[in-house]
Design a binder for this molecule. Structure first.
Ligand code: ATP
Ligand code: MG
Length: 543
């Protein structure tokens, strides 16, 4: 199998040497919020790698932090993964392994490799040392095995207050890696767990629980982001010293960062709590539920993840690159339709009283899509952007005495303009060229501009919503996003749409010609067209 990244190179080597026979990965979210685009990268990597090697991928809920976790998040995470089309092999929760993890801690104590420490969190942090200085050994480090067993049992039985005692692994206070300096592996914490309730008042730390859970599930490759690189020696220490049968391997990869995009559950949660957005599923949110509400196809997101690949160096991806994949997908798959955002009424003075039917191309990029009928009549609407009272040079849209083609219909000429008192355009009076019908144009008139329009007799009112980024500036690293919030990120227009848009199923995405990709929604009986992505591709491939 050809390797397309460094992880696959490692796997290929292990399969060849026989170290690994079945590749087994897991996607390990903490159920403390909704998944975002960054998680999609991890999902595609974990599920994609397993798929490629005909292996297995579990869904593993890392729920060792009871105070922040909720069943609501568990359900949302499952729904998001299903939306992406991935199928997990088994579902596990760290909390299902609490008994095993406890036994492993007892084993460490019995082997003289863990001790109960009475230092406060602050004292532990102070005695940990620095990058250049070793730490100081805890005065409780040499408690006897019997005393440790009794105290640890006491922790479990609730005989100590939160924070009064912790269990620490006895490794090396002089290790150059700070994570190896007698790390805390269990803490007393009275919090009701969303699955185990009040059964436990001690909870294992992530670094201790994770390798054990990986091992219990038969995971071969535990893929995580780069900030865990320094934790790998501890991961391996736990695997080696707890006597687990199956030995998983941790491999780190770079996180996904995207310009103009909040990519942290903690901050996304704050946006929701501060009502800066309508919820986790606000179409401006980079959460998977938000993207789904926005109308981003799962395929487009997966294509994006595939294209960015996996590497070992952190970097930042342009948000326009992500949008490029949405547009790319929808260009091939979305039907075309017409709507005008700021309508100007047009009367075609020489048009017959009865309306006429025209063939409208459903998707020029899809030969099988065919055509559907639209009507044109004496009264139509065009977009105010497509008419200029004082046209700039080389203006190919409509102007007084100028010609323009109505998409899939006729050429019209603007003969007269009726203005309101304030000087704005109220109505245009045009004439059409009967010989210029689309597909059968014998008029000989050459026009450079083609504009979209809707038939006023059959048009329906609609609300159009366009979105800006939640963050004003592109730069990601300045983590404090509160000053960078764009509080003007929804723009609403009252427009006119073809009746077809009111008839089709909710959730259908269209290319509104010359406007962008929009998703159809019905809200309170009203037609809403909600922007998915603009038409203009802001992504410039590097030469
Ligand atoms: P956040 O910082 O947003 O809370 P997290 O890393 O704490 O994210 P987890 O639920 O612990 O979120 O993550 C589940 C998996 O997704 C982990 O393997 C994590 O490394 C990965 N992941 C999270 N964010 C990203 C990202 N931006 N890029 C790639 N992988 C990510
Ligand atoms: Mg986390």
């Amino acid at each position: 199998m050809e390797a397309k990244n460094f992880i696959e190179e490692i796997i290929n080597g292990e399969l060849e040497s026989g170290k690994v026979t079945t590749v087994h990965t897991r996607f390990p979210p903490e159920p403390n919020g909704y998944l975002h685009i960054g998680h999609a990268k991890s999902l595609c990597l974990n599920f994609g790698t397993a798929q490629k090697y005909n292996g297995l991928c579990n869904l593993f809920f890392d729920d060792t932090n009871p105070s922040k976790e909720k069943t609501e998040y568990v359900e949302a995470i499952k729904a998001d993964i299903e939306w992406l089309g991935f199928k997990w092999y088994e579902i596990h929760y760290a909390s299902d392994f609490f008994d095993v993890i406890y036994e492993k801690a007892v084993k460490l104590i019995k082997d003289g490799k863990a001790f109960v420490c009475d230092l406060s969190a602050e004292e532990i942090s102070k005695t940990r040392g620095t990058l250049t200085e070793p730490g100081i050994e805890s005065p409780y480090r040499n408690r006897t095995i019997e005393e440790n067993l009794e105290l640890f049992e006491g922790m479990r039985a609730g005989r100590f207050a939160d924070g009064e005692k912790v269990l620490r692994a006895k490794i090396d206070m002089a290790s150059p890696n700070i994570n190896m300096r007698d790390p805390v592996i269990y803490r007393v914490l009275r919090a009701t767990h969303h699955r185990t309730g009040d059964k436990w008042c001690i909870y294992p730390m992530y670094d201790f629980a994770h390798p054990i859970c990986d091992s219990m599930q038969g995971v071969t490759h535990s893929l995580c982001t780069l900030e865990f690189e320094d934790h790998r020696p501890l991961y391996n220490w736990v695997v080696e010293n707890t006597g687990v049968e199956h030995k998983p391997r941790q491999i780190e990869f770079a996180r996904l960062n995207i310009t103009n995009t909040v990519m942290s559950k903690r901050y996304l949660k704050k946006l929701v709590e501060d009502h800066a957005v309508t919820g986790w599923d606000d179409p401006r949110m980079p959460t998977l539920t938000g993207l789904r509400a926005r109308g981003v196809p799962a395929e487009a997101l997966k294509n994006f993840c595939e294209a960015i690949g996996v590497c070992k160096a952190n970097s930042e991806i342009e948000v326009t690159y992500f949008e490029h994949f949405i547009r790319d997908y929808l260009n091939l798959h979305a039907e075309r339709a017409m709507a005008v955002f700021e309508p100007i009424k047009v009367t075609i003075t020489n048009f017959p009283e009865n309306s006429e039917q025209e063939d409208f191309e459903i998707n020029p990029n899809d030969e099988t899509a065919g055509t559907r009928k639209i009507t044109v009549s004496k009264h139509i609407y065009i977009d105010s952007e497509d008419f200029a009272l004082v046209p700039p040079p080389k203006y190919f849209r409509l102007k007084k005495d100028g010609y323009v083609r109505l998409k899939n219909a006729y050429i019209i000429k603007c003969d007269d303009v009726k203005l309101r008192e304030d000087g704005s355009v109220e109505e245009l009076f045009c004439s059409y060229v009967p010989e210029s019908r689309s597909g059968n144009d014998t008029s000989g008139i050459k026009v450079k501009g083609v504009i979209h329009w809707v038939d006023a007799d059959t048009a329906v009112d609609c609300e159009i919503r366009k979105y800006d980024y939640l963050l004003k500036d592109a730069a990601y690293p300045g983590q404090d996003f509160s000053e960078r919030m764009n509080y003007d990120s929804v723009h609403v227009f009252r427009g006119k749409a073809e009746p077809y848009l009111a008839e089709v199923k909710d959730g259908t995405t269209f290319q509104l010609m010359r406007k962008g990709y929009y998703k159809k929604i019905t809200e309170g009986g009203k037609l809403v067209l909600s922007e998915v992505v603009s038409l203009k591709d802001g992504y410039k491939p590097q030469k």
